[in-house]
Design a protein around this ligand. Structure first.
Ligand code: HEM
Length: 453
């Protein structure tokens, strides 16, 4: 006789121990976000965490994350985390839902095609070369700001290729770090805290308003003068037409998309690059192999998009860095009744998952905390935890639109910098992970030593 297991009600989902009145688990999440998120799988596949008085249901296995992001994606919208980003990114691609998201995704996707990225790769290469040229033998470089400068400059130049974009490039450089620093705490805090006139909120709101204003100005100027680059994202967005309805994006929509791309693409890329040099310094053998690969594939000239797919050693290093230091927390909200992990969820249920925690799960990865790029060799991948266990760019209809962009951008930067410079950790400082949208480093000071070419 076969037995049928009936779905359990939401109230049956165990709550993680340690909640305190009014704040729930918010304090634990503030104090040690990455430790807290990584500890959750010990409590089950589907568990409850309280953000203030709001319950958030966290899934901790690849299969349940797949249910949320792919199989049942139609029954989820983005939810609270993204609601809290609206002052910055409005209804841009990362925040919008349903038909609006589908339509905008259709319009924006071609701007991230392989051909377009090959076009943007010249900017990537020029900027990487400029960064390499700016260092002197023996300089101590703080890698986080250096890589943030490269990532922001590259994005800004891709968005606004002409000089009318210069004020925006400056504003982005100034305001984006303020926004990113406050991102996760704001997204995960009880909403009532948003309105408190504490400095963190004031800084966030001021920086978001400044960024919006300056982007608006650039859009207005380029509309008025007709002066844009031909292939930058600003002109593509202004000209974009929906293939089904024939409609165009409004100025506000164009601004929201630009702001979204900036916040989604800057810190993630900067952190990945900064960690790469830190991790490589722990594995001189891997660094030597990369150098040999760069010399063989690229030689002495500029690194181009055509080289990127052939730099497979760099690809493994990037994959491993994003596994270790990836996106901390993502959220969704059910739009209708959903059964997830054997539990019935009513509409409006907030569901979350941590890619960071998933990618460091010792039940999935051998020596999960170890930097080991060779785990991505094809022969070892076959014995690995499978595709669902590695989703640094998410999955399904909300998957990152910038994955090819960042792969190209990071590969070009790593190849350009590594060929010229050896980066040596400054003794006495061990970088600490700080949770924001991704797990970035507090500081990575390194001495740059010329390779003598
Ligand atoms: C290492 C670098 C990056 C990582 C790890 C990363 C990761 C992610 C992840 C996990 C998502 C899915 C979020 C969700 O499911 O809720 C996402 C979405 C997104 N990313 Fe990235 N990203 C990176 C770089 C970039 C870059 C360079 C850009 C733009 C140039 C970008 C633009 C976007 C956008 C627009 C979305 C929203 C897509 C949608 O909802 O349709 N990302 N990213």
């Amino acid at each position: 006789m076969s037995s049928v297991t009936l779905p359990r009600p939401l109230t049956a989902v165990p709550r993680v121990p340690g909640a305190v009145p009014f704040l729930g688990h918010a304090l634990a999440l503030w104090r040690d976000p990455l430790g807290f998120l990584s500890s959750l799988r010990r409590h089950g596949d589907l568990i409850r965490v309280d953000l203030g008085t709001m319950p958030m249901y966290v899934v901790t296995t690849p299969d349940l994350v797949h249910e949320v992001t792919v199989r049942q994606a139609g029954s989820f919208e983005k939810g609270r985390f993204f609601d809290r980003l609206r002052p910055l990114a409005g209804n841009g691609l990362a925040n919008s839902d349903g038909e609006l998201h589908k339509k905008h995704r259709r319009m924006i996707q071609p701007m991230f095609s392989r051909e377009r990225i090959t076009g943007y790769s010249e900017i990537m290469s020029t900027n990487a070369q400029a960064l390499a040229d700016s260092w002197q033998d023996g300089d101590v470089v703080d890698l986080e700001p250096a890589m943030a400068g490269y990532a922001v400059e590259t994005l800004a130049r891709t968005l606004f290729s002409t000089d009318i974009g210069l004020p925006a490039v400056d504003a982005v450089r100034k305001n984006l770090p303020v926004l990113l620093t406050n991102l996760l705490v704001r997204a995960a805090s009880p909403k009532m805290l948003d309105r408190l006139p504490i400095p963190a909120n004031r800084r966030f709101d001021k920086a978001a308003a400044a960024l919006r204003a300056v982007i608006d100005e650039v859009i207005a100027t380029s509309r008025a003068t007709g002066e844009t680059g031909h292939d930058d994202l600003l002109s593509l967005l202004l000209a974009a037409e929906d293939s089904e309805s024939g409609s165009h994006l409004s100025d506000v929509q164009v601004r929201d998309e630009l702001a979204t791309i900036l916040f989604a693409g800057a810190e993630t890329t900067a952190a990945t690059l900064a960690w790469t040099f830190h991790e490589l310094a722990t594995r001189p053998d891997v660094e030597e192999a990369l150098l040999a690969e760069i010399r063989q594939v690229v030689g002495d000239g500029p690194v181009t998009a055509a080289h990127v797919p052939r730099l497979t050693g760099i690809r493994r290093v990037i994959d491993e860095v994003i596994r270790l230091h990836g996106v901390t927390l993502l959220m969704r909200r059910t739009t209708g009744p959903v059964t997830l992990g054997g539990v019935d969820m009513p509409p409006g249920t907030e569901v979350a998952f941590s890619l960071y925690a998933l990618h460091r799960d010792p039940g999935l990865y051998e020596h999960a905390d170890r930097f080991d790029p060779d785990r991505w060799l094809p022969e070892r991948q076959a014995a690995g935890p499978g595709r669902r266990a590695y989703i640094p760019f998410g999955a399904g209809n909300r998957k990152c639109i910038g994955d090819l962009f960042v792969w190209t951008e990071a590969t070009i930067a790593i190849a350009t910098l590594l060929r010229r410079w050896r980066l040596v950790p400054v003794p006495g400082h061990t970088p600490r992970e700080v949770a924001s949208a991704v797990a970035h480093a507090d500081r990575i000071p390194m001495t740059v030593v010329s390779r003598g070419q």
